[in-house]
Design a protein around this ligand. Structure first.
Ligand code: ADP
Ligand code: MG
Length: 596
């Protein structure tokens, strides 16, 4: 049965649009905050109830809306920000579609109370699920605007079902507020939740705001950066390579003051860190890019976290260079020169483990043939190594030739990174961290198959967590348990870790749980947990494994070699890199052109 074609009623159109614009309470927070900023607010108070599901009330001290225009503010496609297509080319405001308030008002109990400088009192308009309730009426309040959103999705139960726990929604709201607050340190913010102040950021400079929002870890590991070239300027802070996270959740980039998630920028960040950070580690970054508005299109996506650069390649190069330069300065040497050879291989301080494109053999060759003999500094190190070698090899010679242990006996440790061992074929080089990681990984897998052995902590470890993390911990409690972690909620910002897997008892429980929560977020539901388990184990193993630069005794090194011999696929680490290589006497002869 065919129905007639009819134009959709306005409210229904807004409700449909709300599906895109108002994904969750955090989207409301974003739109309303952006309006406040567009209105020139200097101080903004955000009040949330139940993670914003019950109520979001945002008060600003901006320009206010003239009461004669108030009914238009909640109309679809009504905006004060652009009037022509040419405006769109150089739009400087955060909003411009004129859709947000209409959409939000169509799926909530909504009111705006506002007063301009010219008014001697405030005015208010109320909307209930898209239906305007009465006329614009006098009200009271200071100059500025308060937008009040209650019972989000009360009239669209299907959408309401998609709301997560209020802790999770609060976490998302706070994440959005952080982004905005980072882009505008000059604006003061106060955030309330369920009647209590949870954050207060006074107007300040960018560094102070970054410190307030990204916390102590970053405060002590950040490098300031500023770079200009033609129509491009970038300012911000990036973390030193010695500090990193499991996920890219602390990377904030802004283009002309707007938070963006942009592939070009993300890729530039990754590339800049590629040689100094292990492939699965992520830096912390706050970058603010200023670019001629003519050279960037912000009209790409309704939620507007995406942009399109006219010249993506140039932007990429620019950001890459800026970060590389900052990292180079911090490390006290130019990265450009050290990346010529695999920098993690030997002699740079910054590298943890390398993630270069070099094949292993190339790395060995380039280091032995070029890197070592060229450098005076290294020469003395090599001399020392020889002295050590001489000592060891005389002690151990007899032993080593007497038995057939596949990986032989440890002789020494090189720069805290590699174990040098001797077996009957010749020389064995072991990447200590990678090898230990593989051994632990296989053990974790065994454990998992036979039920993880857990270690009850005598005193639970209290972990200060973000609201988002607390939300995730609650949501994924069962999964965490399955992995050997009993994590309970102590308060909206505190978790208690009560058990950890026995195998990981030496690792940092807070770091492990934090990484797990991040991973769970990205993989989500129970159904994918199994598939993700291996990767998660690998991550855990990686964090628990001995880090490079730790000195091991010969006995410890030998123990590791024996464990490797008993471990499946011990010759590859969990990231697919080799864990050890054999250089036979013939190989060594070739290197030294012996017998030619
Ligand atoms: P847009 O921001 O895309 O213009 P919105 O639906 O978010 O569309 O807002 C509609 C209009 O309402 C804005 O263009 C602006 O004129 C006005 N407005 C909304 N919020 C505020 C505020 N906090 N202060 C002053 N004016 C506001
Ligand atoms: Mg807007």
């Amino acid at each position: 049965m065919r129905k007639v074609i009819a134009a959709l009623p306005d409210t229904l159109i807004s409700q449909i649009a709300a599906g895109e614009v108002v994904e969750r309470p955090a989207s409301v927070v974003k739109e309303v905050l952006e309006n406040a900023i567009d209105a020139g607010a200097q101080a903004i108070t955000i009040r949330l109830e139940e993670g914003g599901c019950q109520r979001i009330s945002i008060q600003d001290d901006g320009s206010g809306i003239p009461h004669t225009e108030l009914h238009l503010a909640i109309q679809r496609h009504a905006t004060s920000k652009i009037t022509s297509l040419s405006d769109l080319e150089s739009v400087a405001s955060l909003g411009f579609r004129g859709e947000a308030l209409a959409s939000i008002a169509s799926v909530s109990r909504f009111s705006i109370t506002t007063r301009t400088n010219e008014d001697d009192h405030a005015w208010q308009i109320q909307v209930n699920g898209g239906q305007t309730m009465g006329a614009v009426s006098p009200s009271s309040g200071p100059v500025g605007t308060t937008v009040d959103v209650q019972d989000l999705y009360f009239n669209t139960p299907a959408r309401r079902k998609f709301l997560k726990s209020s802790a999770t929604e609060l976490g998302h709201c706070l994440e959005l507020i952080r982004r905005i607050a980072l882009s505008r340190p000059d604006i003061g913010f106060a955030i309330w939740h369920n009647g209590k102040v949870i954050e207060r950021w006074a107007s300040c400079n960018i560094e102070q705001r970054v410190d307030a929002i990204l916390g102590q870890e970053f405060q002590h590991s950040k490098i300031a950066l500023e770079h200009m070239s033609g129509p491009l300027t970038v300012r911000g802070f990036v973390s030193k390579p010695t500090f990193s996270r499991a996920r890219a959740d602390q990377q904030y980039s802004f283009v002309n003051g707007r938070f963006v998630r942009d592939k070009v920028i993300q890729h530039a960040i990754r590339s800049a860190y590629q040689d100094v950070l292990h492939g699965d580690r992520q830096p912390m970054v706050v970058l603010s890019l200023e670019i001629d508005p003519q050279l960037v299109d912000v009209n790409v996506h309704p939620a507007k976290t995406e942009v399109r650069f006219r010249e993506g390649g140039a932007v990429h190069q620019f950001i890459y260079k800026a970060i590389q330069h900052a990292l180079g300065t911090a490390a006290g040497h130019s990265l450009e020169s050290s990346t010529q050879y695999a920098p993690s291989y030997g002699f740079t301080q910054t590298a943890d483990t390398g993630s270069t494109n070099y094949q292993w053999a190339d790395r060995v060759n380039s280091s032995i043939n070029q890197n070592l003999p060229l450098s005076q500094n290294n020469k003395t190190e090599i001399d020392k190594l020889f002295i050590q070698l001489n000592h060891r090899s005389t002690d151990q010679q007899a032993q080593a030739t007497n038995d057939d242990l596949p990986l032989g006996h440890a002789l020494a440790q090189i720069h805290g990174i590699y174990i040098l061992a001797q077996n009957k074929f010749g020389l064995v080089l072991v990447d200590m961290h990678a090898a230990h990681e593989r051994v632990l990984y296989e053990k974790l897998k065994e454990d998992l198959a036979s039920g993880i052995k857990v270690q009850q902590l005598l005193v639970p470890v209290v972990m200060h967590a973000s609201e988002l993390e607390v939300g995730k911990a609650q949501e994924h409690r069962a999964t965490l348990n399955q992995l050997g972690f009993d994590v309970a909620t102590l308060s909206p910002t505190q978790l208690a870790i009560r058990t950890i897997p026995t195998l990981l008892q030496k690792a940092d429980p807070i770091g492990l749980v934090r990484n797990l929560l991040n991973d769970l977020d990205s993989t989500g539901s129970q159904a994918v947990v199994d598939a993700a388990q291996h990767e998660r184990l690998a991550t855990q193993a990686c964090h628990a494994a001995v880090r490079a630069h730790r000195l091991l005794t010969l006995t410890e090194m030998d123990a590791l070699l024996r464990q490797m011999e008993q471990t499946e696929r011990a010759d590859q680490c969990n990231h697919g890199r080799p864990t050890w290589i054999q250089l036979s006497i013939q190989d060594l002869d070739k290197l030294f052109l012996r017998g030619r």
